[in-house]
Design a protein around this ligand. Structure first.
Ligand SMILES: Nc1ncnc2c1ncn2[C@@H]1O[C@H](COP(=O)(O)OP(=O)(O)OP(=O)(O)O)[C@@H](O)[C@H]1O
Ligand SMILES: [Mg+2]
Length: 404
């Protein structure tokens, strides 16, 4: 296999070893990196590499990949190989217009970014340092515990339970730990208005350049709630999903999972092309159902669909039954009946407390703050314990947040 080794700093122990498999941009990359003193470039011709020219004894600090023109499949193969060989090695892919398969393989890696072409030297170098910095950041390998909430039917209570969970995770966290509540409903998300904070998440502005989403930008997107956790929520926009894409959502969550210790996601139940990736990257998906026959059937069907779309995720999908009446009589459905209709056990139930829930949203507060004695808060505590137990049974997810 023809290969060209270019060493810019072979005597420097601090040299950053770069494995580059490049097509048309090889010359431009070489010129750019030649001007830098601290890179050692191991450059290969993409057209000659049906598989990665990987040497176990020479692990690179950074991988640059650009497939031969139009050969996305080859790029996907390389990324999948990296997923097995070195999922934590930072990777920059040169070129855009990635196929779905390529994006999925890319998102399965831990520290990645996409470099747009034609190559802009300054932007390229800053992307290299950004991706290396994230990898080197203290705690980078301890990414957040990430729980997602999705309603089986409209109004089942996903937003209410996600907010309350964020509050309680924040209250129970150690000093210095940070919690984020992220609203991924870009059309009519309610987290910002429920909590009376500004909706500052402008993901559409950077959707075409997701590499710009870094810690500083997340800081600008985040609205701190008085109770201590951050809210990332976009303003209502009937066309909100058209302005964003899978890469920007992936990068947003990836960076958040490095910044925060607890990430709670409020998801829309309308499937987007990134929804399954978000579910796959979550430590737990909580499907929120009401105790009505249609809602239970919707929860059962949604669980079945998600189970087939993310097969390895079965033990991370949990159904919670919201608005459980205090006493079951008349036409109410009992927990047992509900579980029969679901065809699976529920992880827990949340009491009905309309006054407590209404008081909270009217004051812009989580329920636990608006009415500390609400049964909803107590039940969320039990839900968190159950989820913690399940999450630790499954082991912490130390791999990609957004698995394919
Ligand atoms: N356990 C509960 N007891 C009483 N009221 C509740 C409970 N949970 C949620 N609610 C109320 O139900 C309504 C819908 O809740 P919420 O907005 O959380 O649902 P959702 O599933 O997020 O809805 P959407 O489909 O619009 O996203 C709100 O008025 C909320 O205050
Ligand atoms: Mg909601």
């Amino acid at each position: 296999m023809p290969q060209q080794n270019t060493s810019f700093s072979s005597h420097n122990k601090q040299a950053i070893e770069i494995l580059a498999v490049l097509g048309a941009t090889a010359g431009a990359v070489n010129t750019t990196l030649q001007e830098e003193k601290h890179f050692t470039l191991d450059l290969h011709d993409a057209a000659q590499c049906t598989c990665l020219p990987w040497q176990a004894e020479r692990q690179p600090d950074l991988v640059l990949l650009e497939p031969p023109t139009g050969d996305q499949d080859r790029l996907t193969v390389w990324l999948r190989e990296l997923g097995t060989l070195a999922p934590k090695t930072p990777v920059l892919v040169l070129g855009e217009l990635l196929s779905v398969g390529t994006v999925q393989a890319l998102l399965a890696l831990r520290f990645t970014n996409v470099v747009s072409l034609p190559l802009n030297q300054k932007a390229f170098l800053s992307q290299i340092s950004a991706v290396m910095r994230v990898e080197a950041a203290p705690g980078a390998s301890n990414s957040a515990k990430c729980w997602s909430f999705m309603a089986a039917v409209g109004g089942a209570g996903a937003t209410t339970l996600a907010i309350e969970t964020a509050l309680q995770l924040h209250n129970a966290s150690a000093l210095g730990e940070k919690t984020a509540l992220i609203d991924l409903n870009f059309v009519d998300g309610a987290c910002a208005s429920y909590l009376d904070v500004p909706a500052n998440l402008r993901l559409g502005d950077v959707a075409d350049a997701p590499e710009r989403i870094d810690e500083a930008l997340i800081d600008a997107f985040a609205s701190p709630h008085a109770s201590g956790f951050d809210v990332l929520a976009a303003a209502r926009d009937p066309f909100g999903y058209q302005a964003i894409n899978a890469q920007s959502v992936g990068q947003l969550l990836d960076v958040c999972c490095h910044i925060y210790d607890h990430v709670v996601i409020d998801m829309s139940r309308w499937m987007q092309d990134w929804t399954i990736d978000v579910i796959g990257g979550s430590d737990a998906l909580v499907l929120v159902s009401e105790l009505t026959v249609p809602a239970l059937h919707a929860a059962r069907d949604l669980a079945t669909y998600i189970g087939s779309a993310v097969p390895h995720h079965g033990d991370r999908l949990h159904i919670v039954l919201n608005r459980m009446a205090k006493r079951v009589f008349g036409h109410s459905i009992s927990m047992n009946d509900a579980q029969k209709a679901l065809g699976r056990p529920a992880i827990g139930s949340i009491s009905s407390d309309w006054d407590g829930a209404a008081q909270a949203v009217n004051y812009g507060l989580p329920i636990g703050q608006a009415s500390a004695k609400s049964r909803i808060s107590r039940d969320i505590q039990a839900l968190i314990s159950a989820l913690n137990e399940k999450t630790s049974e499954g082991g912490a997810l130390d791999n990609a947040r957004l698995a394919s």
